[in-house]
Design a protein around this ligand. Structure first.
Ligand code: PLP
Length: 462
């Protein structure tokens, strides 16, 4: 009998050489841990978590090559060889001229916002990111969302939900004048939209528009290689272009960048600011001394910079991205089979469950996404996080933001979990979905002033 296989399977382009043993817990232990954590998955002890899908930030597994490079870190205070190595990797793979290391992405956002934003400025972006927007606001700017409408619609299957709606940007320019807009912040593979890509075509149109109006493009390049993978898969004319080349092309269409190396670049800590503008660089390398450290280490150890240099190279491999995004897709498909409402198309770094559709009997003030994240942890020890009204926070005048999307993020660390782990995750979400009608919401009993989602506490509604 002839063997027929519809679609050949793929597997990871690596194998395991060391494993980390996990603590297994009972449901009673998890319910106790959850109560003590105020029903906020950020406040759980990581030890009590079985499969940790809280974030893909800094949770990556480094390769043998990265660990070897780690041992060769040059810990000199000034002029470390590891800095020059990282600078060279950034110049080679991303193409930016000048590099300032920072302890992580938000350190770079702080420098860039302070240098480029004046009080009263407007800073458009393709959806907000929590730390990015806060740094823009602390520098006196006002964030304006100019992402395409499809991005706010969990049901839309538009392939480039990260695209900028240039007519929204144009309306802002007409209203306030281009002089009040120092730059537009363009994120690749927009985190808050569910890990959704921007197309090269859109980026080129944006480049043309911003050139005409003297507005810079700042690239939040945290997940640029994942974005490049989607361009390769979906955008006309890029099927045979390598991720490496697409990444370089994306960067070439922008003026400066902030990077959280804890994502794409496959390390556990680190980031940088990069720019093609000497004046911005000169100010940044002066300012970095105040907040992070000297401009040749910026809060990083030499070994961290070594690991970043190797991680950048590994991140632009076609094989790596195929397995990375392939695993996310695998989880999405399994969850879809159970009928769980998800943001589509699946993103690059995680699966986003539509909590409004999952728990339609809860109002947004009963925190459906926060509730769902808590329920999933109690069921199986799988840790996810809220991306909805709690994450959105309050406006400067104290009113809550009411985001259209109320999501639970199942974020997958790179090179850490197996397909069998993904099966356990999908089945847990399915069990909670099965008893969704009985689930009650939460009330907030403690609210911190900044980025409340990290430390807010809740109680179960009766
Ligand atoms: C994580 C992240 C940041 C901030 O980076 P940190 O390293 O966490 O400080 C900025 N932008 C995006 C899109 C991110 O995902």
């Amino acid at each position: 009998m002839a063997i027929k296989i519809e679609k050949r399977s793929w597997a990871e382009p690596y194998r395991m050489k060391m494993v980390e043993l996990l603590k297994m817990t009972t449901k009673a232990q998890r319910e106790k841990a959850l109560k003590e954590a105020g029903y906020n998955t950020f406040l759980l002890h990581a030890e009590d978590v079985y499969i940790d899908l809280l974030t893909d930030s800094g949770t990556n597994a480094m390769s043998d090559r990265q660990w070897s490079a780690f041992m060769t870190g040059d810990e000199a205070y000034a002029g470390s060889k590891s800095y020059y190595l990282m600078e060279k990797a950034i110049q080679q793979f991303y193409g930016y001229k000048y590099v300032v290391p920072t302890h992580q992405g938000r350190g770079a956002e702080n420098l860039l916002s302070q240098i480029m934003i004046k009080k009263g400025d407007y800073v458009p972006g393709n959806m907000y990111f929590t730390t990015t927007r806060l740094h823009q606001e602390l520098a006196g700017g006002t964030f304006v969302d100019v992402i395409c409408d499809e991005a706010h619609d969990a049901q839309s299957e538009f392939p480039f939900k990260g695209n900028v709606d240039i007519s929204k940007l144009d309306a802002l320019v007409k209203k306030h004048g281009a002089k009040k807009i120092p730059y537009i912040c363009v994120a690749t593979n927009v985190n808050m939209a569910g890990g959704q890509p921007i197309s090269i075509k859109n980026l080129k149109e944006l480049r043309e528009y911003t050139n005409k109006h003297g507005i810079k493009i700042v690239h939040d390049m945290t997940r640029v290689a994942e974005n490049a993978f989607f361009i390769q898969q979906r955008e006309e004319g890029y099927k045979n272009t390598s991720i490496k080349d697409i990444v370089k092309e994306i960067c070439s269409l922008t003026d400066a960048a902030t990077m959280s190396a804890k994502k794409d670049a496959l390390v556990n800590i680190g980031g940088f600011m990069a720019t093609n503008d000497w004046d911005v660089f000169e100010e940044a390398r002066n300012l970095v001394v105040v907040y992070e450290g000297l401009h040749t280490y910026g809060g990083l150890a030499g070994r961290d910079m070594e690991a970043i240099a190797v991680g950048i190279k590994e991140s632009v491999s076609d094989h790596h991205q195929k397995a990375r995004v392939g695993q996310v897709e695998y989880l999405g498909k399994r969850m879809e089979e159970f009928g769980i409402p998800l943001v589509k198309p699946f993103g690059g770094h995680g699966i986003f469950v539509d909590a409004k559709a999952f728990l339609p009997h809860l109002t947004q003030d009963q925190y459906p996404a926060q509730t769902l994240a808590a329920e999933i942890y109690a069921d199986s020890g799988v840790r996810t996080m809220e991306r909805g009204i709690i994450s959105a926070g309050r406006k400067a005048n104290g009113e809550n933001y009411y985001p259209k999307l109320e999501l639970v993020r199942f974020t997958i660390p790179r090179r850490v979990y197996t397909q069998a782990h993904m099966d356990v995750v999908a089945e847990s979400a399915a069990m909670v979905y099965d008893r969704r009608k009985k689930i009650k919401g939460l009330k907030m009993v403690y609210e911190p002033k900044y980025l409340r989602f990290f430390q807010a506490r809740f109680e179960k509604l009766k």
